[in-house]
Write a protein that binds this ligand. Structure first.
Ligand code: CDP
Ligand code: CDP
Length: 216
């Protein structure tokens, strides 16, 4: 059965709080949570397994053609599997993936495939989907768009507190300057700077901006 797409979009820079906010908003609104960054991370993990240099866009394009991703829904959120093998958060957040993901994500053919997969997920029912281009490219007609921001200092500190080594500023630079679907504040998006908000405060700011029953 097919539903009219009903998607809350959440975009923003690295470590701004998008995933945590999106997961909680989805739980509270009975929607499926989709982390599209994990799809780009899974593709990067698989590309790195082939031994190619992610700086080589043509090699990435060719390697990606042989990789199949699945997004099964488990406990109200999508997981990512590569050629049938479900990846762990340790795989997805490893240092090599952090270093390579923005290079893989700038390849237009990789984006075209993942955007098609992301749009198809709307057939499953209401979604809260977060990433970099969800309100601008994947679901530009959604009336429910958010952009979650925080200062670079706060974002780097949040990532360090999670125990990950991450090149937050370098990924932001690549993500904001690439030709295909750069990170932007989507037209019509509500911007929430949560530098000085608790996680619960940021979730509440999103919920407060939603109409009473946006997903029915
Ligand atoms: O969680 P964090 O903000 O650190 O990153 P992520 O959401 O896991 O995304 C990892 C990378 O995937 C980003 O730095 C982008 O290069 C890419 N990405 C993208 O290009 N488009 C999306 N919709 C989501 C992620
Ligand atoms: O998905 P994204 O990379 O944008 O960020 P995240 O992984 O959801 O958040 C990074 C860390 O910041 C997590 O440990 C969140 O719990 C924390 N966070 C926070 O302390 N206060 C907020 N207002 C938002 C997130």
């Amino acid at each position: 059965m097919s539903f009219e797409p009903s998607v809350i979009t959440i975009d923003g820079p690295a470590a701004s709080g998008k995933s945590s906010v999106a997961r909680l908003v989805a739980q509270r609104r009975g929607a499926i949570y989709v982390n599209t960054g994990n799809m780009y991370r899974a593709m990067t993990w698989a590309v790195l397994q082939t031994g190619i240099d992610p700086h080589n866009a043509e090699a990435v394009r060719l390697a990606a053609e042989g990789i199949t991703l699945q997004s099964p829904v488990v406990d109200g959120q999508t997981q990512v599997a590569v050629n049938g093998h479900t990846l762990s958060q340790d795989d997805l957040n490893s240092d090599p993936v952090n270093r390579g993901v923005s290079l893989v994500a700038r390849v237009p053919e990789v984006r075209a495939r993942l955007v098609a997969d992301q749009r198809a997920l709307a057939d499953l029912g209401p979604l809260v989907m977060e990433g970099r281009d969800i309100g601008s490219v994947v679901f530009p007609d959604s009336p429910l768009k958010f952009y979650i921001d925080a200062s670079e200092e706060v974002r780097s500190a949040r990532r360090r507190a999670q125990g990950h080594t991450d090149q937050v500023a370098e990924r932001d630079r690549l993500d904001s300057t690439r030709k295909t679907s750069p990170l932007v504040v989507p037209d019509g998006a509500i911007v929430i700077d949560n530098s000085h908000l608790t996680l619960e405060g940021a979730v509440q700011a999103v919920l407060d901006a939603l109409p009473a029953s946006p997903l029915t």
